[in-house]
Design a protein around this ligand. Structure first.
Ligand code: GUN
Length: 293
């Protein structure tokens, strides 16, 4: 069994990006600039955004964090987005999700200029991705594909089972692995809350991607021997053994499932760090005008 080290892989990629940024600056080009909008004080969102700001520094990017309180109005948020859309110094930006309930998340996503949508959530980017056109691909699915590629895991002709149909992970990763591309060219099954006999579907997987947000959901009797398991779960549960008072839990019962696997990602240190490094890669591409002119 090979443990897929997302932390190490992300570090390598961030170093590659930093090298490229050095060369851009030596050529007199502009420093890439990522902005982030954070609403409220959700612990998970605070942590993710702090990691994104830190990753910008590691890559040699400029970063700007715009903070709003929970009671921000939709109009104020849309105005901030309009400002970033028109700020020539900002190459790309994200609005950290989830947003408070009184704000229409989809309206916010669609207000972002798709040419600066480095999260790849705008319907133009989602649509272009699904038909294989150049676009910003959303960060978590892209991070998963990068891990499969860097670990030399064959995907062509393999049966990939995706657990979960979220717009952020399940649907896009299924679309990406379906593309006639490498990584890709998979036969893809997407399972969800209404799927019948889920364990049987999971046992058919050569590659199992778990993205349902239920800690320890995937058990040993749900996988076949030699499976590649990608665990996207990041449920924060209280813990007395960590400094933060929280511990991240994946969707896979690691101790039970790992002995069955050819490859498996840990939580933390698997997909999580790759999400951030895919966002950095998208920001670099935005600054270089390599996706949209
Ligand atoms: N919330 C959970 N994952 C993400 C992500 O990839 N981007 C944003 N903006 N919010 C998230």
């Amino acid at each position: 069994m090979v443990l897929i080290d997302g932390k190490e892989t992300a570090m390598e990629i961030k170093q590659e990006i930093a090298e490229e940024v050095k060369q851009m600056i030596a050529r007199g080009e502009k420093q890439p600039h990522l902005a982030a909008i954070l609403v409220g004080h959700d612990g998970g969102s605070e942590t993710y955004v702090a990691h994104k700001v830190k990753a910008c520094a590691e890559c040699g990017f400029k970063s700007t964090l715009l903070r709003f309180e929970d009671d921000v109005t939709e109009e104020e948020l849309l105005n901030a987005i309009d400002g970033l859309n028109h700020d020539a110094d900002v190459d790309g930006f994200i609005v950290q999700l989830p947003l408070p309930r009184h704000i229409d998340e989809q309206k916010v996503i669609e207000a972002i200029d798709y040419k600066k949508d480095v999260d790849g959530f705008h319907p133009i980017n989602v649509g272009r991705m699904s038909i294989g056109l150049p676009c910003f691909r959303s960060a978590t699915p892209q991070g998963i594909l990068t891990l499969l590629e860097r670990y030399g895991i064959e995907t062509s002709g393999k049966h990939c089972v995706v657990l979960g149909r979220s717009n952020i992970v399940g649907k896009p990763v299924a679309q990406m692995l379906l593309q006639k591309d490498n990584p890709g060219n998979c036969t893809v099954t997407v399972c969800h809350s209404a799927t019948e006999d889920l364990p049987r579907q999971c046992r058919r997987a050569d590659i199992l991607i778990a993205a349902i947000g239920q800690p320890g959901f995937v058990k040993a009797n749900m996988v076949k021997k030699g499976v590649v398991v990608i665990d996207v779960g990041t449920t924060r549960l209280p813990s007395t053994t960590t400094k933060s008072g929280f511990k991240l839990h994946g969707d896979v019962d690691f101790d039970e499932v790992a002995p069955m696997c050819s490859f498996i990602t840990p939580v933390p240190g698997g997909v999580g760090p790759m999400t951030i490094c895919s966002l950095m890669k998208n920001t670099l591409l935005a600054a270089q005008h390599k996706v949209y002119k």
